[in-house]
Structure formats: C-alpha cells, structure tokens
Write a protein that binds this ligand. Structure first.
Ligand SMILES: NC(=O)C1=CN([C@@H]2O[C@H](COP(=O)(O)OP(=O)(O)OC[C@H]3O[C@@H](n4cnc5c(N)ncnc54)[C@H](O)[C@@H]3O)[C@@H](O)[C@H]2O)[C@@H](O)CC1
Ligand SMILES: Nc1ncnc2c1ncn2[C@@H]1O[C@H](COP(=O)(O)OP(=O)(O)O)[C@@H](O)[C@H]1O
Length: 508
C-alpha cells in the first residue's frame, strides 16, 4: 500500500532533507527522475534527435526542477525549449539551462512551437500553487508530463481550476500527496509515479494509504496457499444472495452473474418467485435458497455445525430489492448473524444502526451515504461530503459499526475505528447502470472465499481484513472498467464478460 501524506507533512520532511542534503542537490535529484520519465514516455515514439521537448517554466522551485530536467535532456541529445511562463524564474536553474541549451524564451515568444512538441513538461506550479493563475492553453492532443503536480491543481484539496494542464503522467516528489488522489485530481493527473528521493517519513503517520494494482495483488495473496487446490466447493465458499424484485429484476442477475464469473464455490439465491426463473436462465449455476433454508443455515452456523444443511459463508444483500416491500424478516435474521455480508443499494435502507456482531461492508455512493447519515440523525450536503469524504464516511462506519466503501471516481474504505484506505483506479466508463451491482458480486464472492478471508474455522473476519478485501474489490472493479473501455463502450453486461480474464490477472 502506498502511504499518502498532506502537503504540510511533505513540506516538513522536505525542510529536513534540505538541511541534510542541500536544496540544489534535491532539486537535481528530482530533475533526474523527471528527465527519466520524459525519456520513458518518448521511448516508443521518437529518437532523441527527432524529439522536441518543451518545458513550461514557472517562478519557483517547480520551475527549477523543470529547467534542470531539460538541461539533462539537452545533454542527452534531445531538442529542448524552455518557455518562461512568469516574469521571474529560478536563477541558478536558468543559468544551468542557458549554459547547456541556450537562452530561455518567454511563453509569448515561443508559444507557436507548442504545436510541434513531442512532449511538454509542465513545470509552472507545484505544491506552491494557489488558485487563480493565468495558465497557458495547449494545442489539443499535446502529451504532458507534470512535474510534481499538474499546474492548476490545488495539491492540498485536489480541487482543479478549469484551465488546469491535463497530464498524461505526473512524477511527484517525496511522497504521494492527499491532493493528488482527492476530488478532481484523478481526472487530471494521469498515471502518477512517486519519486521518493529517499525522503525519510519514518516518524510521520500518513493521512491514508492508497491501494493500487500491485498492492491489491499483495493483499489478495496474504492467505493463499498450495492447499487451496484441494478444496471442494463448500470449503471454497458459499455466497448467499438476497436481491431482486419485480420492479428491478435485472440487478439480481447482474450481481449473481458477476459472482459466478469470479469463480464462486457456490451461489445460493434468495429472490422473489417472479425473478427466480429469469435468474436461473441468466445464471444456471445458481441454486435457490428459501426462507426455511436461510433459517436453518443461520441456526447451524450459530451452533457451529458447519458442513451440514445449507451452509453459507457470506452474504450479499440489496441489489434490486424493492425498498417499499423489502424482505425484512429474512434480512433481519441475516443481520443478526455473525457471517460476513456486503450490503448495497436498497439493503442500505434497512441495515440497522448500532452495535453488531456481523462483519459488514456497506457500499454506498455519495447520495446513499447521505441517506445513511440521515438515518443516523446527521444532515450534510453533497458539497460537504465532496470536501471531506473520509470524515463523513467515518461517521457512517461508526454509526453502523461497519466497514464503509464510499464509491465514486475515487473510492474510500473506512472502518469504525477510523482506519482508512483509498482506491483511485476507476475508469470513468464505470458510471453506467448496474456497475455497482457487479462490484457487489465481486466483493460478495471475496467475502465468501476462505483463501481470501483466511477464516476456515469459527472466528470471524476482522474489520482490517474486510477493509483490505473491499479495497481489492474496488481495484479489480476499476481494472475491469479500464480493460472493458479499451475494447469499446461499457455496459454492465460487457463488464461481466471481461471479469474472468481480469480476475485471472489478479491470481484467481
Ligand atoms: N524544496 C525542495 O527541496 C524541493 C522542492 N521541489 C519542487 O518545489 C516545488 C515547490 O516549490 P515552490 O514552493 O517554489 O512553489 P511552486 O514552484 O509550486 O510555485 C512557485 C510560486 O508561485 C507562486 N504562485 C502560486 N500560485 C500562484 C498564482 N495563482 N498566481 C501567481 N503566483 C502564484 C507562489 O508564490 C509560489 O511560491 C515542488 O512542487 C517541487 O516541484 C523539488 O525540487 C524537490 C525538492
Ligand atoms: N465518474 C466515475 N469515474 C470512475 N468510476 C465511477 C464514476 N462514477 C461511478 N463510478 C464507479 O462506478 C460504480 C457505480 O456504482 P453505483 O453508483 O452503485 O451504480 P449502480 O447503482 O448503477 O449499480 C462504483 O463502483 C463507482 O466507484
């Protein structure tokens, strides 16, 4: 997992590093990382002599990084041009660049060259940016590498100006910063590469941790073993799905098909009669589960009589339930159990507040989070949630005694004790009807699989493992969106078609 720090924390460590190593040597180290990233971006498309790299240079240290990077690139044979975007610049870096590659032009003098740039390095503003500067408009299709932070992005809040310079890649220095993963940031930074420059953060507690593809792989492997290959379907895990209504017959199918596509051991489905025949057609692998069997399964689980009757390892509750007539009796019994559950959509309208023995994950989007807060007696606006998502998600986690996944372009996973993780891996195309139902299927499957929860006997899964698995499900879901979008337009059904291949990439 990647630790994420506030700008103030990064500034404090930076000050220590400057006193140890000197400002110039740090800046040169940052510049080398930036130059290497520029070379990597051009590796497929241009040889050094053909490529023109233009640096947009600002007044402070960010501009200094850009100039030293351009100096290195000029020394390696690239054609470079430094365009000064403000009245003043970093004096030593300006001198260093001039001595290797010639004079620096003003933006107005050299603007025309932008249309022939192979790559633009955006080194106008970094963490010192305050909103409101005049930023240059780049020709459509310009490839941009941002130095530390895209210019126009407030790196404390993640709020971007309308004319922010959109980056294909951002090389950020010291550590991942909160404002690079919040609010607008995921839409403007491109891929983020952290160049730690060996900054020492050992005495500082990060604000949160980012779970990316690599960290998800590691987290998924924690309990996997060679013994997994010898398990039969019941040992592998049985998911109980309570979903669907005549009003929304599709949601139960999507969640069921997603869980099946993940490779669930067995899926038992509790849906209204009129939905069951459709579900059996859409997912013939599923086996219906009636009220009596649920009561029996819960009773056996309470008496630890595993392996008899309808054994259920975890539950997925909510997709497509008609909130006007939810199956409250059955759901109430499941909520009273100690079996892990993911609760989504209309299930969120009936999940009880207060203490519970059940390990639970609630998966609201922002509007559902506000509904959950209202049910717990707290009234907030959408803007308040946007400004401080972790704070309001924590309120819900505490009030409902559950791990909460707040879904959106950036997703937040928060436990009742306040621990939190962030996932920034989504593709915009995931904003399509039914994609949340698929996430419920993926997470439901993961909670049911003992090789992922590490629970084979009588204990229950801890909130910290629930958080990890929830973050992994969000990463897988994000990757699913990315892979599907590469091949065409995205719909929930197309996401399910890609799911087996994406799961395979995560070691399933
Ligand atoms: N301090 C260090 O040792 C290191 C700093 N690094 C670089 O230093 C950057 C931070 O440098 P600075 O603190 O000089 O800040 P910036 O280079 O981000 O900004 C320069 C100055 O621009 C001005 N400014 C900001 N917003 C403006 C606006 N809207 N209108 C007009 N002027 C505005 C501010 O006065 C600010 O100090 C980092 O982002 C990173 O690129 C790296 O070299 C790593 C080492
Ligand atoms: N603009 C966006 N960019 C990236 N991911 C998004 C965006 N909007 C929504 N998502 C993701 O898509 C999913 C939508 O879930 P949800 O709102 O429950 O949809 P539905 O109710 O249609 O199933 C969530 O996983 C969320 O993180």
């Amino acid at each position: 997992m990647i630790p994420v720090y506030s700008v103030a924390q990064v500034r404090a460590v930076e000050a220590q590093e400057i006193s140890k190593r000197g400002s110039e040597s740090l800046m040169r180290a940052a510049a080398s990382e930036l130059a290497a990233a520029a070379e990597a971006m051009l590796a497929q498309t241009a040889s050094p002599t053909d490529a023109l790299i233009i640096g947009l240079i600002g007044p402070g240290n960010n501009g200094g990084d850009g100039l030293y990077a351009l100096t290195e690139l000029a020394q390696r044979g690239y054609q470079t041009l430094a365009l000064q975007c403000t009245e003043t610049g970093h004096p030593e870096a300006l001198k260093a660049y001039a001595s290797v590659a010639g004079t620096v032009k003003s933006l107005s003098e050299g603007e025309e060259a932008l249309s022939s740039a192979s790559l633009v390095i955006d080194a106008i503003y970094g963490i010192g940016y305050r909103t409101g500067a005049q930023l240059p408009k780049l020709p459509a299709g310009t490839r941009v590498l941002a130095c530390d932070v895209p210019s126009g992005l407030n790196c404390e809040t993640g709020s971007a100006d309308d004319d922010v310079l959109l980056a294909e890649r951002t090389v950020t220095f010291g550590a991942m910063k909160t404002g690079l993963i919040s609010q607008d940031a995921p839409l403007v930074t491109g891929e983020i590469q952290v160049a730690t420059l060996d900054f020492d953060f050992s005495s500082i507690t990060p604000e949160t941790h980012l779970v990316d593809e690599n960290s998800a792989q590691e987290l998924l492997n924690v309990h996997r073993s060679w013994r997994d290959a010898g398990r039969h379907k019941y040992e592998r895990g049985v998911l109980g799905l309570i979903a669907g209504s005549a009003l929304y017959p599709g949601a139960a199918q999507l969640t069921a098909r997603a869980a099946v596509a993940c490779g669930v051991g067995l899926l038992r489905t509790h849906v209204p009669e009129e939905v069951q025949s459709l579900l059996s057609l859409a997912a013939p692998e599923t086996v219906p589960l009636d009220d009596e069997q649920i009561t029996e399964a819960l009773s056996l689980a309470r008496r630890h009589l595993h392996g008899r009757g309808a054994k259920i390892s975890a539950w997925a509750i909510g997709p497509g339930i008609d909130s006007r007539t939810p199956p409250t009796g059955v759901i109430a019994n499941v909520f009273d159990s100690r079996q892990p559950a993911v609760i989504d959509a209309s299930g969120l309208e009936v999940v009880p507040t207060g203490p519970s023995e059940q390990p639970r994950v609630l998966t609201p989007h922002a509007k559902e989070l506000r509904m959950l807060l209202r049910r717990a007696g707290v009234s907030v606006t959408t803007e308040e949630v946007r400004q401080d998502p972790i704070r309001w998600t924590r309120w819900v986690a505490l009030a409902y005694n559950a791990v909460v996944l707040l879904k959106g372009p950036t997703s937040y996973v928060v436990a009742p004790n306040g621990a939190n993780l962030v996932v920034c891996h989504a593709a915009a195309q995931l904003a399509t009807a039914g994609s949340g139902d698929i996430l419920t299927g993926i997470l439901g499957y993961m909670l049911s699989d003992s090789s992922l929860t590490g629970i084979y006997g009588l204990e229950t899964v801890s909130n910290s493992r629930l958080m990890e698995l929830t973050a992994c499900a969000a990463v897988i879901h994000g990757q699913l969106g990315r892979v599907t979008a590469q091949q065409g337009t995205v719909s929930a059904s197309r996401l399910i078609d890609q799911l087996p291949a994406v799961m395979k990439d995560f070691g399933f």
